[in-house]
Design a protein around this ligand. Structure first.
Ligand SMILES: [Cu+2]
Length: 436
């Protein structure tokens, strides 16, 4: 991809959603919306959204609080909402055909779940997600720490790409098999949407909650104008905050950054491409904060983790297969497969006892990277030296790469395990596990 692939480069963020404190009860209405994807003055884009906007409203609560959300489906086809990264009860996970019936057009569904973990999460459609998410059915879900870190601004940065025609409409072809066999549906226009879109001061300490909400595109992201650390991945605090260089977010992955503003002009989110860096978005800097004293970026308070039992480990292998430039797996399979199987089978990949520890070897035997997402749990990425790394819900496995993950299957129910490149999921790259 290069700069010319994008229609335009700069514009104002016009999709700013309203912030909503999830109080006792809240209505989330999926409906058609018109969004200003292209710059002001250019045509708006017919899309789907929640409560009149895409992205949908920011759902925000305190750790331990309960979200009571009445979902109303007014999009003219079936839908459902998945609360990505939330370790909640199975019946609330929002997967049609597995954890609930599809919410038909005109129907509604009551979601109610307690937020066990503080962190940066998001919600999105899980029905024909490759199309409904591409059309805009997603929003941020923020769970505040009981004692939040000391920052001057808490900003959500959603990074997305869209495939837009010159008339401003979303391009058709959501089920395009050529896209699905390659990297998926990649947009010709990308942007970082900042919420709230307010100026910051030089010297301010900011928390940036980056979410890759794109259906298929992996974003390497260079941050300019700040000095700080990554404090969490996929909602889960890092015991030791790490540097912000080499940040890569696969679809659905998140990174929380706490940083001090060093620029007098702007904080910039830059997508390095082969040709030129591409400016995804910026936060303006106005004025100077003269009172804040320099200090180390603190680690966030940890969320609960069950420690793996390495004396009793179930060892499994999940081999990613198929796609363009690979041998077809078999005549029985779709474009993509796990272990020779495409799509959901009657029996799960594995049935775990509750609290059982598993070490799953993710082998990518394809020519493309895959972002593998497990529902209802987080897992440790295992480093090359065997050490336990970040505690995530989605892991990016490069073409030809192998990565082990270690997971304590603590959450009873039926859980999807799938590629979060949604075009790959559509073309067979999904399976499920069951926890007793
Ligand atoms: Cu994939």
């Amino acid at each position: 991809m290069n700069r010319r692939d994008f229609l335009i480069t700069t514009c104002v963020a016009a999709l700013a959603p309203r912030i909503t404190l999830a109080s006792a009860s809240f209505e989330l209405v999926a409906q058609p919306v018109n969004a200003q994807i292209l710059p002001e003055g250019d045509p708006t884009t017919p899309m789907l959204g929640f409560n009149g906007s895409t992205p949908g409203p920011v759902l925000r609560a305190r750790q331990g609080d309960t979200f009571d959300i009445r979902f109303l489906n007014q999009i003219g086809e079936g839908s459902a909402v998945h609360w990505h990264g939330m370790r909640i009860e199975n019946a609330m996970d929002g997967v049609p055909g597995m954890t609930q019936k599809v919410v038909e057009r005109g129907a509604e569904f009551e979601y109610s779940f307690r937020a066990p973990d503080a962190g940066t999460f998001w919600y999105h459609s899980h029905n024909r997600s490759w199309e409904q998410v591409a059309k805009g059915l997603y929003g941020p879900l923020i769970v505040e720490e009981r004692t939040p870190p000391d920052v001057d601004h808490d900003l959500i940065v959603m990074i997305d790409d869209w495939r837009v025609t010159e008339s401003g409409a979303l391009a058709d072809g959501f089920d395009n098999r050529h896209d699905q066999a390659h990297q998926g549906r990649l947009g010709n226009f990308a942007r970082a949407l900042v919420e709230p879109n307010t100026p910051v001061r030089r010297g301010d300490r900011v928390r940036l909650r980056l979410i890759n909400v794109a259906t298929d595109r992996i974003f390497p992201i260079k941050l300019e104008g700040i000095d700080g650390k990554i404090v969490a991945f996929d909602g889960m605090p890092l015991p030791n905050p790490q540097g912000v260089s080499n940040l890569i977010l696969a679809p659905a992955q998140r990174a929380d950054i706490i940083a001090d503003v060093t620029s007098a002009d702007q904080i910039a989110f830059v997508f390095p491409t082969r040709d030129d860096p591409y400016l995804l978005g910026e936060i303006p800097v106005e004025g100077v904060n003269t009172t804040r004293q320099p200090s180390e970026v603190p680690a966030l308070p940890p969320n609960e983790q069950k420690q793996p039992d390495f004396d009793n480990v179930v060892a499994l292998t999940l081999t990613m297969q198929g796609g363009a430039m690979s041998r077809p797996v078999s005549t029985q399979t779709d474009i993509w497969a796990f272990n020779g199987q495409s799509g959901l089978t009657d029996t799960p990949l594995h049935r775990f006892e509750r609290d059982q520890t598993a070490r799953i070897r993710l082998m990518n035997d394809t020519r493309f990277p895959h972002g593998i997402h497990l529902h209802g749990h987080h897992f440790f990425e295992v480093g090359a030296d065997g050490s336990l790394g970040a505690f995530r819900d989605t892991t990016l496995v490069g073409a030809g790469e192998t990565r082990d993950i270690v997971c304590v299957f603590h959450n009873p129910g039926k859980w999807l395990l799938h590629c979060h490149m949604l075009g790959h999921q559509a073309a067979g790259m999904k399976t499920w596990v069951e926890v007793a």
